[in-house]
Design a protein around this ligand. Structure first.
Ligand SMILES: C[S@@+](CC[C@H](N)C(=O)[O-])C[C@H]1O[C@@H](n2cnc3c(N)ncnc32)[C@H](O)[C@@H]1O
Length: 313
């Protein structure tokens, strides 16, 4: 990807397209090294600095904002940073699904959105589930660091981490020497106290992973009519922890169809397309390559349910 003449494509990775999860990070970085992860890296100030200060580590950053990916990518390219990869994936999902147990040395989270309202709590990065993931993917004595301007957030994090067996130091106020990010500068300008918490993994935890590399597909042994495709719009299923809905169905003049789908697995939401491809009197139901989702239980169920609906089951 080029933006203002700076090529930063070499930093970008697309885990949703990988056929094997979790991946071999050493192969991806073309060198064996300990892994360090930043979640919600914003404009990339810390990641850029950290890659220079700790060239012995392979750094992976996760962001949900495309604008941030572009800004951080440009910064890394300008600085000539090595051993960094960026992905546009929800960091909570990424940490759990993309790293084997006991494979990460360090995880950092700087000024996560606090989402103080109870009704928004599920959007917070740090919670009990995240602490469980950390206990699973961190190496023995691997560490997690949190910097925030919200004392309550840091205190809740300390509680969740301690309950998972972490040795927790803080939260303590840090007068200077924070991560050097845009949000640190912003809150310091406003005179807010900055809180730092450091937690070292104690006992190993375990976590349930749900994504697979394999692309689900089902062959329906009949061609499908435009009416049958149109009836797929609105198809939905929900079960404890997950759901999918087919939002819209588009039919091409040549008999192929695209279905716009939405899924959620334990709050991890995805939008994607299913393709219905005619094949010698049969129809292949598969994921379309335009917006490939992670292959979660909800995504797999949507493929199976569309095939079943077409077969009248
Ligand atoms: C308040 S900003 C802080 C950015 C940066 N760390 C800093 O200190 O300047 C929070 C960032 O986290 C990102 N973010 C929010 N939820 C996320 C998630 N679940 N996974 C990855 N990034 C996330 C947002 O897009 C935003 O860039």
């Amino acid at each position: 990807m080029y933006a203002w003449g700076v090529d930063f494509a070499r930093y970008l990775v697309h885990p949703e397209r990988w056929e094997e999860l979790p991946p071999e990070w050493d192969l991806l970085f073309a060198r064996p090294a300990q892994l360090a992860v930043e979640i919600g890296f914003g404009n990339g100030e810390f990641l850029c600095e950290a890659a220079h200060a700790h060239p012995e580590l392979n750094w992976v950053g996760f962001e949900t904002s495309l604008t941030c990916i572009v800004k951080a990518g440009r910064k890394l390219a300008r600085a000539g940073a090595e051993h960094v990869r960026l992905a546009r994936v929800d960091g909570r999902f990424a940490l759990r699904e993309l790293f084997p147990d006991e494979s990460v040395e360090r995880v950092v989270l700087h000024f996560p959105c606090p989402w103080p309202k109870r009704s928004h709590a599920e959007r917070r990065v740090m919670d009990e589930g995240f602490a469980r993931t950390l206990a699973a993917i961190l190496r023995p004595a691997g560490r997690f660091e949190l910097t925030t301007d919200v004392l309550r957030y840091a205190e809740d994090a300390a509680g969740d981490l301690a309950a998972m067996g972490f040795r927790v130091a803080g939260p303590e106020a840090v007068a200077a020497g924070g991560p050097g990010t845009r949000y640190e500068a912003k809150w310091r300008r406003e005179g807010r106290p900055i809180w730092h918490l450091r937690a070292e993994r104690g006992r190993k935890g375990s976590t349930l992973r749900i994504a697979e590399g394999m692309m689900p597909h089902v062959r329906v042994h009949q061609s499908v009519s435009g009416d049958a495709v149109a009836r797929l719009g609105g198809l939905k299923e929900a079960w404890p922890g997950g759901a999918f809905v087919i939002k819209e169905a588009y039919l091409s003049p040549r008999g192929a169809a695209l279905l716009r789908a939405f899924s959620t697995d334990e709050g991890f939401e995805q939008q994607y397309f299913l393709a219905l491809v005619p094949e010698d009197g049969a129809t292949l139901v598969k994921l379309d390559g335009a917006a490939v989702p992670f292959r979660t239980p909800a995504v797999k169920r949507s493929v199976a349910a569309v095939a079943a609906a077409l077969e009248g089951r």
